[in-house]
Design a protein around this ligand. Sequence first.
Ligand code: TRP
Length: 472
Amino acid sequence: MNELNGSGVQREEWSSRFAFVMAAVGSAIGLGNVWRFPWLVAQNGGAAFVFVYLALLVFIGYPILLAELTIGRAARRAPHVALGTVSGKPFWNIVGWLGIFAGGIFVLSYYNVVGGWTIKYMILSLTGLIEEANAGNAGSIFGTFVGAKHEQVGFMVLFMAVVMFYIARGVKSLEWANKWMMGTLFVLVLVLVARSLTLDNREGVMAGINYYLNPDFTKVTFRTCLSALGQVFFSLSLGLGAMLIYGSYVKKEENIPAAAGWTAGLDTGVSLLAGLIIFPAVFALMGAGAGEAATKAGPGLTFIVLPEVFAKMPFANSLFSFLFFLLLFCGAATSAMSLMEVAAGFAAEKFGLKRAHAVYLMGTIIILLGGYSAISLSGDPKVFAPWAGKLVDFFDFMDELCNNVVMPLGSMLLCLFVGWVWCDPALKEITNDGKLSASQFALTIWIWVLRIFAPVAIAIIGLTGLGVIKIG
Ligand code: TRP
């Protein structure tokens, strides 16, 4: 049965478990999996990072994902009022507000810039990228593109137009976009893994796999753990209200722990497979030594090194390059939809707007800010970042502000809220009033992770990110 939400409007709901999981997975799988995860792996010594990531995912990421979805479903409201609604303590609404500004507006305003790059690279793949990469120009193409203000803004707006188009038409349209884009993404991931693993240079392929999956635990440092935890938050879309608002459309009889398990599992699966696309191909086609060096390229791994790798593929290389960037686009678009939904859901409830109008209003604000970060890539304007003690690009400023400050803070407050303030109702909600059989042991662990373990871990990360704690 549908319930009315606080503003007296009947709340839309996902039409099935599958639709809900695809939407949550759509939010989770994105640039974080295909672009960020592999370069973090490369920079943090390969497989050891992967193992640390998996451990943190299970012990911290999954419990927080459960918390966010549970609050969302209990509240059936947008993030700015959700915590206050369920607990009667409006102070906690601050978590939702943080999420709206940081996620819906700030993260999206640079995420959409990279989203625009994926469109540009799909087009480029079919129009000469491969030839240029063959001639050694992949780096300069990327550099020129990033510095071209009009193009940056144009592709960003195009990307946002796609996102807004699907969101403006409601939850059913959002479902449709997520099902199709995620379906496409899963197929493409498998096709590309198969291509990468069947390359002729067997030794190179094995060297890539070895680098990626054979852990050297002596390389695990405190910093490895920090980047891994940050990646867990980013990849599971935690702490900014995205899972909270998706949770608010979940049916009362849905099994949240199971759906969240699917979400976390598929998200992790795609990250791991993205590595299996990239590392074997880079090592096989560039030679082991060069491969190891190339994987250190950081954020440029995807947009500079991969075109060079595709250029060396024996056949249909433009096609594989196109498919790869299509995959990246599908992931980015569905993630951006969840961030936009936070902003739009807020505006709709707060100002009593129709969904479509809320989307246009917030979309315009996001595009204006996005324009700012798009042009900042060519050098100006710069903003002072107190944590780094220097002027940085607006783009980096937004990225670091959100990753270092707001996401950890939002997640930590969510943990403390469920652990200490809203514990009994949370247990009722997550077990569907006791109808779902859940072991008492698992529930107790969940609550204590939220009470102590996760907040302490996050506090350490947050303070290190801000430079308050210095590590080697
Ligand atoms: N999870 C997405 C990715 O991996 C990014 C993302 C979408 C996100 N929604 C979010 C990150 C909310 C933090 C919060 O690319």
